[in-house]
Design a protein around this ligand. Structure first.
Ligand code: F6R
Length: 364
């Protein structure tokens, strides 16, 4: 049932090109976005004043990427919330607010409770859900399914990737209905979306390079993940993936925050993974990389093909294909998933079933 792969996690990592294709493809028709199941009129979409994205764990991290993408493309203010925080803090949900609950299982207790809290305050909820007919899918006012198929490994990979895809589709749809992007821009971005599966595959074809780097990470005590903008959202996921299956302490930092505390933790040999996919932030990120290297850090940089500027100031480098700047999480996360996987098996951990964790968290 593992289809020739040693673990479900590796199998699911390799299923990502198909999962992303299956989630994107049915929603693209004649160079525009059509979300058949989305029960929202143009008026409804034009009337959105604010979006809350609510989720737990990795699903929350897709929401952090989603915030950058929706705000930049559709110009709608987005607040991203952990479900366990949202449900207990008496959130302010004014008219024109829309809630999006993201969940693979559709059964996560806190996410379901957050959905009910939003509805109780008269807010319509859109669920981005993988398991068809799950509680969140049934109770949401509106559902957009991710088509990842069954995910068995506790650490999410393909469901995470499809949640990102669903958010991109939604962002482009809202942006175009609200007149924030031109038809030309829309069609260029749709084209980039359609190329994502092939680009993900090309990174997977290159897995030996990441496997080599992983040997360097196996003995680490702490690993830091740095990024700015969307790369910060990717860093959050890279850090969670690594710690949950390899039991190595890791932290994700918005690189601009280094100076405000974290840099005191950097010493000779500390491992740092830097993510640099945002061209307008390259210079800032490179200067952060130099700062940690000067203090002895050993740095792996994940960056776009062609950003050779980065080579001078990093110990290891992994290039990902170029794409639209809004979609880079989908590519940068792939080497981070592979890194976590190889570090975990390198340490002899139970990669598909990490200690203390359950696939579906139905109690709070
Ligand atoms: C991490 C992971 C978890 C889930 C979280 C939410 O790899 O899988 O952090 O993302 O428990 O689960 P769902 O998406 O089922 O609500």
């Amino acid at each position: 049932e593992k289809g020739g792969y040693e673990h479900f996690m590796l199998k699911e990592i390799f299923e990502q090109p198909k999962a992303v294709h299956d989630t994107i493809h049915p929603r693209i028709k004649d160079n525009s976005i059509v979300i058949d199941e989305l029960n929202m009129s143009e008026e409804d979409i034009k009337g959105i004043k604010k979006i809350f994205i609510i989720a737990c764990g990795s699903a929350y991290h897709t929401g952090v990427t989603g915030k950058y993408v929706i705000e930049d493309l559709a110009r709608i203010p987005v607040e991203v919330d952990l479900a366990s925080e949202f449900r207990y803090r008496n959130p302010i949900l004014e008219e024109g607010t829309m809630a999006i609950i993201i969940s693979q299982s559709g059964e996560t207790a806190d996410s379901l409770a957050a959905l009910r809290e939003a509805q109780a305050q008269g807010i319509k909820v859109l669920g981005i859900v993988n398991v068809v007919g799950s509680s969140i899918a049934r109770e949401a006012d509106n559902v957009m399914y991710t088509w990842a198929g069954p995910e068995i490994a506790v650490a999410t990979t393909k469901a995470y990737s499809t949640q990102l895809s669903a958010l991109y589709i939604l962002a482009l749809h809202f942006a175009s209905v609200r007149g924030k992007i031109t038809d030309d821009e829309l069609s260029t971005m749709i084209h980039e979306l359609e190329l994502l599966p092939k680009k993900i595959q090309s990174i997977l074809d290159n897995k030996e390079n990441i496997q080599k780097f992983a040997t360097r990470f196996v003995a680490a005590k702490d690993i830091f993940f740095l990024g700015r903008g969307i790369d910060y959202a990717t860093a959050l996921e890279g850090s969670l993936k690594l710690k949950e299956i390899s039991y190595i302490h890791s932290e994700a930092y918005a690189a601009g925050e280094l100076k405000h505390g974290t840099i005191s933790l950097i010493e000779e040999g500390t491992l740092v993974t830097a993510i640099l996919t945002q061209e307008d932030l390259y210079k800032k990120m490179i200067s952060n990389v130099v700062e940690v290297q000067t203090r002895g850090a050993y740095v792996l940089s994940i960056t776009n093909e062609g950003n050779t500027e980065c080579e001078k100031s990093t110990d290891l480098i992994f290039y990902i294909p170029n794409t639209d700047k809004h979609f880079t999480t989908s590519l940068a996360v792939i080497p981070l998933q592979l890194l976590s996987y190889y570090v975990s098996i390198g340490k002899g951990c139970d990669v598909d079933k990490p200690r203390n964790l359950a696939k579906s968290v139905t109690v709070e």
